[in-house]
Design a protein around this ligand. Sequence first.
Ligand SMILES: Nc1ncnc2c1ncn2[C@@H]1O[C@H](COP(=O)(O)OP(=O)(O)OP(=O)(O)O)[C@@H](O)[C@H]1O
Length: 328
Amino acid sequence: METKNILEISHLNREFRIGGMILGNKIMAVDDVSLKMPSDESWIMSIVGESGSGKTTLAKMILGLLDISGGNIILDGKSINYHMKHKKEFYRIVQPIFQNPFTNFSMKRTVDCYLYETALNMDMAKNKDDAKEVITDTLKKVGLSYDQVKNKYPNQFSGGELQRISIARALITKPKIIVADEPVAMIDASLRMNIVNIFKNLKEEYGVSFIYITHDLSTAYYVSDYIATMYKGSMIEFGKAREVLENPGHPYTELLLESIPKVGAKWSGKDRPHMEDAENKIMNGVGCKFAKRCPYAKDVCFQKSLSMVKLNESHKTLCIKQNNYKVD
Ligand SMILES: Nc1ncnc2c1ncn2[C@@H]1O[C@H](COP(=O)(O)OP(=O)(O)OP(=O)(O)O)[C@@H](O)[C@H]1O
């Protein structure tokens, strides 16, 4: 029997044009990304990669916030085009959490207004009393009580608390997947684990799956069931977290792993792999984008188009070294 997938991404592309129509260039922010995530288990899949590798662009397409240039995204068996016409249904499958919780809420409104609005507008409650129950329940899931939140403005909370309220808001529709784009980036390093532990708990207790986009390698490796590495728009490795960590299939993932396990480690300063914008331009799709920096590169890596090499059923990489430099 074929496995059911909650998320299927196939040959997904997103181009951006930078500069003018004549002298400008195209950037392939997401370049032929394919991925399948199962529906019969809940999971946390981290997407890691340096700045500009396409993580946010990918997240926005999954959330329906950005049009796709090519390929498809299928969520719970239906394509993103269908979902864009059935938004209420869509928001019961996927919900976002963003980097800066303070931008989610107006400073002039109390945060509980947002929670009531979501519960009522998304038909998760028939009336205000019902909504209060739903809100109390979701706040409990993130370690907060209704009284802690009632009648309070965003500036009465810390960044960590407000992020927990954002998570509660996302949970109101009982989504199957939460896409969290850099959810701990603005939060004090000492409190980051609290947030990722909430993800872990929501996964284990309530079956919510997470796409966790992060620069914070230490939390990614702590919390992930699966890891995807992005490099210049391509997904260059995907696999079960343990396998990727113990046996990285791509030299770029190896490079990233060298920079952990420092708590709160980021790609910055001299640790950050060098990337010129020019390198990100479309290179006629030929050769490996990492070849110039790769210690194992051979001529063939510059000359041939690559496709994913399977290391096993759940671990694949865009590196032909793993295939003894043979191209299919
Ligand atoms: N609206 C846009 N117009 C033009 N180029 C864009 C746009 N959005 C993203 N890009 C480009 O697409 C590429 C991928 O950007 P994206 O923000 O998805 O990367 P990222 O991995 O999320 O980076 P970061 O970790 O810094 O958020 C980058 O080269 C970026 O400059």
